[in-house]
Design a binder for this molecule. Structure first.
Ligand code: BJW
Ligand code: ZN
Length: 283
């Protein structure tokens, strides 16, 4: 019988074996995961930072200087995310987190696609187990929660008051024609900003939680991040320093490659479903 003995297939088999023998798995994701849903990354040749300066769009100073420009950029990105869907890698990650009880998803992405995938995977799973569509029942909600990510850099479907800090779910179209037209706080009338983390801002409680899980995990699976932005990239380093393994999924090398146990050179949608698929001997 012919076998597919490509180096990638062999490396995926090694990765699966590591996962099978592991207890505690952190999955750290970045923009490359959503590239397979058609969203733009930051540092690739067609990435945001090749066309815009981060200082003009992703710092608190930029927002103070020109909030209309910053909201405009987030408006464009929100529309792109709303017009797409989780890809096979998002769905495989969510299904994996639902199957096991020791998986934590940590994302730098602000596009909400992990959350959409969590809902889809939970619906799928409860259809499989009960024969009925899940709907908004408590069990399905509890199940879906297992596949919700720790969002290190926030979420662009939330807005936060730049004066009082109150947070709002915010999916409406944004009128960027003037500062007065931008969304304002219902409580104190302060200007709302996207609830995301810009350069120079602290990541707060989510990074502490992510580091805590990373330190106790046997593996960190790193998908689609250039791993140049700190402290997010250090989540994988924490697992490695605690004696765990890193499995990297990325078409390109990154600063994490030299410390990775397995490097899977392919796209997220191509590799992750194969890495995380259920198997006879796989959790
Ligand atoms: C695929 C694929 C496919 C493509 N499949 N893969 C000097 C040295 C070190 C650190 C610093 C420094 N100077 C300043 C710092 C700190 C700074 C930092 O890290 N800067 C470096 C860039 C130099 N960090 C910060 O400022 C952070 N805060 C902080 O440190 O606070 C300290 C503090 C403490 C106490 C008080 C006050 C402060 C905050 C960082 C915030 C990052 N924000 C952004 C934008 C906002 C969110 C948003 O709008 O989206 O977050 S920047 C941008 O980069 C975004 C991303 O989440 C983040 C990471 O990018 P990511 O996901 O890795 O994407 P790319 O494009 O870089 O990589 C894509 C990868 O996918 C590539 O590798 C491709 O090969 C791959 N790929 N197709 C699989 N199909
Ligand atoms: Zn307010």
């Amino acid at each position: 019988m012919a076998t597919d003995a490509s180096p990638l297939t062999a490396a995926i088999a090694t990765g699966r074996e590591i996962l099978r023998a592991s207890r505690g798995i952190v999955i750290l994701t970045g923009a490359g995961l959503s590239a397979d849903s058609g969203l733009t990354t930051f540092r690739d040749p067609k990435g945001h930072w090749k066309r815009h300066r981060p200082e003009d769009l992703a710092t608190p100073e930029a927002f103070r200087r020109d909030p209309c420009l910053v909201w405009e950029w987030y408006g464009v990105r929100r529309r792109a995310a709303a017009d797409t869907a989780p890809n096979a890698a998002h769905l495989a990650i969510a299904a994996f987190a639902l199957r096991r009880d020791d998986v934590v998803i940590v994302t730098q992405n602000v596009d909400g696609l992990h959350t959409v995938a969590a809902r889809q995977a939970a619906d799928e799973r409860s259809r499989d187990t009960s024969g009925e569509p899940a709907g908004e029942v408590a069990g399905e909600l509890a199940c879906r929660t297992k596949a919700l990510p720790i969002e290190l850099h926030g979420c662009f479907y939330r807005a936060r008051c730049s004066a009082c800090g109150r947070c709002y779910e915010h999916r409406d179209r944004i009128d960027t024609s003037s500062q007065q037209a931008l969304p304002h706080c219902a409580k104190c009338s302060g200007l709302l900003r996207p609830d995301v983390v810009w350069f120079g801002e602290p990541l707060g409680e989510p990074i502490d939680r992510a580091f805590g899980y990373a330190a106790q995990s046997d593996v960190c699976v790193v998908v689609g991040t250039s791993a140049v932005v700190q402290p997010a990239a250090s989540v994988a380093v924490v697992t490695r320093r605690a004696g765990g393994a890193i499995i990297e999924v990325n078409p390109e090398e990154t600063p994490l490659t030299p410390m990775s146990t397995v490097s899977l050179r392919g796209t997220a949608a191509e590799v992750v479903p194969r890495l995380l698929a259920p198997g006879r001997r796989h959790g």
